[in-house]
Design a protein around this ligand. Structure first.
Ligand SMILES: NC(=O)c1ccc[n+]([C@@H]2O[C@H](COP(=O)([O-])OP(=O)(O)OC[C@H]3O[C@@H](n4cnc5c(N)ncnc54)[C@H](O)[C@@H]3O)[C@@H](O)[C@H]2O)c1
Length: 417
């Protein structure tokens, strides 16, 4: 199927940006060079549904270098960089289906176009492509060798599918690898969320009351970065252990309804719907900024705001202000979609070097083995260590190794007091 792009002529501009990111992705580059020599993905058709960014383009380069046939579609209508999409299409002999800001119908048309490749490997971010394949093209499932899933929300959806007996092929949970969530979710999303908020609003964080809803990997990163910029950070959590952890990290922990009343900025990072519901939105101070960093646009009840607002106006690029009957004014960033991906540039290349190196190795292992059993699988533990060692080497950082005596001591049980 012919690519769906904004403008193929944007390819040279996109290529320069992809090269810029490549320089910051040394581990992925070394994997690409090896894949090019070994051609270990030959014979595989990869359908990938990812944020169409410079980092994703470098993952695509690695997969095509390994001999895979590739179709790439967008995992979010606002995160697509049209010039990058054009560069992938032009340089990799891949089909690309991604247009920034496309409507819902086009978004799903792009997914369907990627599935037309009849993939043997499905690479997903949020499990939309996997869900679509099962719902619309179930006859393709038996030929799928395996898949990968790169975000928390997608892994949760897949676990729900597996529990319901609906998942028809095996998927490797790349999100759950330590080289992914400990770095990408925490340091990547932590930074890209702040970056998105600042680019969209130019707000001063120092001294502001900054509420983080959800203290998982992403929430921890956002809270730490906001505190580092001088914000007074409040955390809202439903999990008592994570709420306690936030308390011991020195954050103010409060129920969301109470926290909303004082907030200058609220960010959701829960992977759950209505983390910031209409009642909380109505409780905000006039002019409060709200943004979402969770995968889907269900965390802030933007639909409720649209229905109840007495007036709506665009106040800046990516910022819509909703005026409420009670006199409230809420400023919503990026329609409640991922703020760092929509208002900034998603995760930095240096952190995606870890995520996509782990992803590339997981894909290579799927290609090398028998078809994966249906279900959600872990990334092989040696992949984490391999990627972390390569990253440290690339950074020029040496670290200690266990001596044989230490290794034996740690494996023993009889050397006590
Ligand atoms: N913005 C990014 O760049 C980026 C990067 C990685 C992941 N994500 C997405 O961010 C979301 C969070 O990911 P994570 O890795 O932190 O997941 P996580 O499971 O580690 O954390 C989510 C936290 O939210 C809490 N929570 C759930 N519902 C809540 C509610 N109603 N109120 C308060 N807290 C609630 C949970 O208890 C949990 O502690 C997911 O949707 C994930 O896909 C975004």
């Amino acid at each position: 199927m012919a690519s769906i792009l904004r403008d193929p002529a944007l390819a040279p501009q996109g290529r320069t940006k992809v090269d810029f990111a490549d320089e910051r992705m040394p581990v992925l580059r070394s994997i690409r060079e090896r894949l090019a020599r070994e051609r270990s993905l030959e014979g595989h058709r990869v359908a990938a549904c990812l944020h169409v960014t410079t980092e994703t383009a470098n993952l695509c380069r690695a997969l095509v270098a390994g001999g895979a046939e590739l179709a790439l579609c967008a995992s979010n209508p606002l995160s697509t960089k049209d010039d990058v999409a054009a560069a992938v299409q032009a340089d990799l002999d891949a089909e690309v289906y991604a247009v920034h800001g496309c409507d819902r119908a086009t978004f799903y048309r792009q997914l369907d176009a990627a599935l037309a490749l009849e993939p043997t490997i499905v690479v997903d971010d949020g499990a939309d492509l996997t869900a679509r394949l099962h719902a619309r093209r179930p006859e393709l499932a038996d030929a799928v060798h395996g898949g990968t899933e790169v975000t928390s929300t997608g892994v949760q959806r897949l676990r729900n599918m597996a529990a319901a007996g609906a998942l028809r092929y095996g998927v490797v949970a790349v999100n759950d690898a330590r080289t992914k969530h400990l770095f990408d979710n925490r340091y990547g999303a932590g930074q890209n969320t702040i970056d998105g908020i600042l680019r969209a609003t130019n707000a001063l964080l120092a001294g502001s009351v900054f509420v983080v809803v959800g203290f998982g990997w992403v929430g921890r990163g956002i809270a730490a970065r906001a505190r580092g910029m001088g914000a007074r950070v409040v955390v809202c959590e439903v999990d008592p252990l994570r709420a306690l952890e936030a308390v011991m990290e020195g954050f103010d922990v409060r129920p969301v309804r109470e926290a909303a009343a004082d907030a200058d900025v609220v960010v959701t990072a829960t992977g759950n719907r209505d983390a910031l519901g209409l009642a909380e939105l109505e409780a905000l101070k006039p002019g409060a900024i709200v943004a979402n960093s969770g995968h889907f646009d269900v965390e802030i009840d933007v639909a409720g705001l649209r229905e109840t607002a007495v007036a709506t106006r665009a106040v800046r690029e990516h910022v819509v202000e909703y005026e409420l009957a009670g006199g409230g004014r809420v400023q919503v960033l990026a329609e409640g979609r991922l703020v760092g991906q929509s208002c900034a540039e998603a995760n930095p290349a240096a952190v995606m070097d870890l995520t996509f190196s782990t992803q590339a190795l997981a894909i290579e292992r799927i290609a090398a083995r028998e078809r994966l059993e249906p279900g959600v699988h872990e990334v092989a533990p040696d992949v984490d260590e391999l990627v972390a060692r390569a990253k440290l080497r690339a950074l020029g950082i040496e670290h200690d190794e266990l001596s044989e005596t230490q290794r034996a001591y740690l494996a023993s049980w009889d050397a006590g007091t």
